[in-house]
Design a protein around this ligand. Structure first.
Ligand code: PLP
Length: 339
């Protein structure tokens, strides 16, 4: 089936990012592939990273884990731990996040089975409180995790969480210790411990200025032109007539819209490209269509393809959407292709 819009993904860039993050951290890098690999496709992301030597993957739920049955035993962990309703899968570790979950795990009775544990060091989201870590006695802990709340900023919590995590490491035996997400890697090697858990930067996101030059873009968004038309000076384009043509101009209507995660915030702000020419978006992005000014590429015709400019950092500052929202919003109509 032909798709008129696609996400053109580069495995070589994904793998280069993994290796660059690993080198930066000076430790092993696992991969957060929750939310369908941040929108790029968890199975494909895992397949390529596995080939390049990655042996640690993280999803949020057991439903996500069940979609990744081809991963080797011991390489996948479920960040939300497990609830009474969840069916554990052999070879997949829960990351226990609460006293309830620790109790439930102990009740399973297999004290030699390894689990991961998340301890909260100041974010007050998931994880055992520091006052509850005595309940971990007797567990075989594969990886002890905590998670940074403000690693993308220079914030006092970073050092506080690092200090608390060091104390935990001294107090609680585990095979490995892991604290840093993508942004945490760029805080310095003090934060790296045995394993880092990047998501965003694997996919080309830059959470801090230090990521510049380390992280490469992994995908392009391309859309096909449905129609080319001429708009006369003084006429308006699109819903609510937010753009009025200052001169007679050629425009192309693209097969992509906010239902594809190309948000309305790009209206009259975003750009597309064709063979080096920048083509501004004119008027509102609608559900399935986006109009661009093709005055600089007058040769474009219906059926031709253009690339939407979607550098995560730039698109984020342009639209106010976070880089995470831009990635995970990418819709299912975009055909994912890998090369
Ligand atoms: C999602 C997640 C990550 C990855 O975070 P990024 O900011 O995308 O690198 C790491 N650790 C935990 C616990 C997470 O939930």
């Amino acid at each position: 089936m032909h798709s008129p819009l696609r996400l053109d993904c580069r495995a070589s860039a994904l793998i280069a990012n993994l290796h660059a993050l690993q080198a930066r951290a000076g430790s092993v890098a696992g991969a957060a592939i929750k939310a369908d690999g941040y929108g790029l496709g968890a199975a494909e992301v895992a397949r390529h990273l596995l080939k390049s030597g990655c042996r640690d993957f993280f999803v949020s739920t057991w439903a996500e884990a069940s979609q990744l049955s081809s991963l080797p035993a011991g390489s996948l962990a479920v960040l939300h731990g497990f609830q009474a309703e969840d069916t554990l899968r052999p070879g997949v570790r829960p990351v226990l996040v609460s006293v309830d979950q620790v109790t439930r795990w102990k009740q399973l009775g297999d004290t030699t089975a390894a689990c991961d544990v998340m301890v909260d060091t100041g974010m007050n989201r998931l994880g055992l409180s520091l006052s509850d870590v005595a309940t971990l006695d007797g567990l075989v802990i594969h990886t002890l995790h905590s998670h940074l709340a403000c690693a993308d900023e220079d914030h006092v919590l970073n050092l506080q969480q690092l200090g608390r995590f060091r104390e935990l490491r001294a107090a609680i035996p585990a095979q490995r210790y892991s604290l840093a997400n993508s942004a945490g890697i760029f805080l310095g090697r003090d934060y790296a411990f045995d394993l880092v858990r990047p998501g965003l930067s694997l996919y080309g996101g830059k959470p801090r200025a230090e990521a510049q030059g380390c992280v490469a873009p992994v995908f392009d968004i391309e859309a096909q032109i449905v129609q080319v038309r001429t708009v006369r000076r003084g006429e308006s384009i699109g819903y609510n007539a937010t753009f009025v043509a200052p001169r007679t101009m050629s425009v192309a209507v693209l097969n992509i819209g906010y239902a594809d995660g190309f948000w309305r915030a790009f209206s009259n702000l975003g750009t597309a490209h064709h063979q080096g020419a920048e083509l501004p978006i004119v008027g509102r992005v609608s559900m399935d269509l986006t109009t661009i000014d093709i005055s600089r590429s007058p040769e474009l015709r219906a059926g031709d393809w253009v690339t939407l400019d979607f550098d995560l950092q730039e698109a984020s500052s342009l639209t106010g959407y976070s880089q995470y929202e831009l990635l995970t919003g990418l819709g299912q109509r975009l055909e994912r292709t890998w090369r």
